[in-house]
Design a protein around this ligand. Sequence first.
Ligand SMILES: [Zn+2]
Length: 148
Amino acid sequence: MTTKQRTCSHIKADGKICAAVALASKDFCYFHHRDRKRQAEILQALNHRRTSLSQNQRQAVYRYIPNRESLFDDASAALFASLDLPPVEDQASVLVNITSIMRALATQQIEPRVGALLLYALQIASTHINSKSQSIAAQQEAPHDPAV
Ligand SMILES: [Zn+2]
């Protein structure tokens, strides 16, 4: 007897439904469940920022760094800590990080300059990952020399 596994309910940008297996008692696969949690964290941070600024409580969002003239953006730091972004180790992790940074930039949760630096770092990482995967593919395609 086989039990049919439920599939993810996420509709992708091309209009197709994600075919991955859904997490137990969830509507989405691991990737899309995690993506929705990250999106919810960004919206929660946005609501906190809006509430703090509308109540003129800038100190809840920005704090002065001791002995420096610059402000520390507490809300952005808290947001990025809560997003649990994956380490940059493959193209999928690069895309997850880029998506989260784009959302944070679009909702003005991070400074554009900080976002630009993060995206630049991801570009460098992505180039490194591409050259590494091409190197591995070239090794796998090389003809086998039985004398070696
Ligand atoms: Zn999915």
